[in-house]
Ligand binder design. Structure first.
Ligand SMILES: [Mg+2]
Length: 231
């Protein structure tokens, strides 16, 4: 900005100076209110459920085929919006994220994210639960790898159990003191550790590209989530 102003003064004098070029044209920006309404309509129409089921069916097909030949086969699943649905909290907060605060006035909200998770009320994402049960019936080990913090372990394990997930082989939560720029910086090394135990991770399933980045899985499956972004 300083350089621009100086060059402008030298070239033509102050009166001829134009404003610096803008980085954004507001006409091109997404209106977040409109985006929220579209996301809600996408969910409420049933299209979201159908798209989740289609992605899970693809994963389930691959797992069923590959489990027969893989050595010590395993799958890795993210939790939020992959294995459990936080829709009541998301809808109450109109897709905002508030870690603090209580969550005792649903469905109106507001609903603090940590309070919601600690209440262990999230329902299973049904096609993912079906996938997990089918995989386990074929002898595939199931590992949950979540960006939730270690301090939420008991509530998360209780929620998974109440939602119908059983007999998993691992539940990895992010250490409370760990601060990473991306989820993959935490999750990819956890998958490497699972492989180091002799498992073949035949599928990694998540709702964020950052769940899947970094390798250490034969195939990655992305479930839809237009409701929030985890870098
Ligand atoms: Mg997730």
């Amino acid at each position: 900005m300083k350089g621009f102003a100086l060059a402008c003064l030298m070239a033509a004098g102050l009166s001829a100076c134009a404003a610096p070029p803008k980085a954004h044209d507001w006409h091109d920006l997404v209106n977040v209110g409109d985006a929220g309404m579209r996301a809600r309509a996408y969910h409420d129409s049933g299209d979201y459920d159908r798209d989740v089921a289609a992605a899970d069916a693809q994963a389930q097909g691959w797992i069923a085929a590959r489990a027969k030949t893989a050595s010590k086969p395993a799958i890795v699943l993210d939790i939020d919006e992959t294995s459990l649905s936080n829709w009541p909290a998301m809808a109450a907060d109109d897709f905002g994220y508030f870690p603090g605060g209580t969550c005792d006035v649903l469905p109106k909200g507001p609903c603090g994210a940590v309070a919601w998770e600690m209440s262990a009320r999230a329902a299973a994402i049904a096609p993912t639960l079906a996938l997990v049960k089918a995989a386990q019936a074929q002898g595939v080990a199931v590992f949950f790898v979540t960006g939730r913090h270690e301090s939420e372990r008991a509530a998360t394990a209780r929620n998974l159990a109440q939602a119908g997930y059983a007999n998993w082989s691992g539940l990895s939560l992010k250490p409370d003191a760990m601060h990473v720029m991306t989820a993959s910086a935490y999750k990819a090394p956890v998958r490497a550790d699972i492989e180091a135990q002799g498992y073949t991770i035949i599928a990694n399933i998540g709702d964020q590209p950052s769940d899947l980045a970094g390798g250490h899985a034969e195939r990655a499956f992305l479930l839809p989530n237009p409701f929030y972004r985890v870098p």
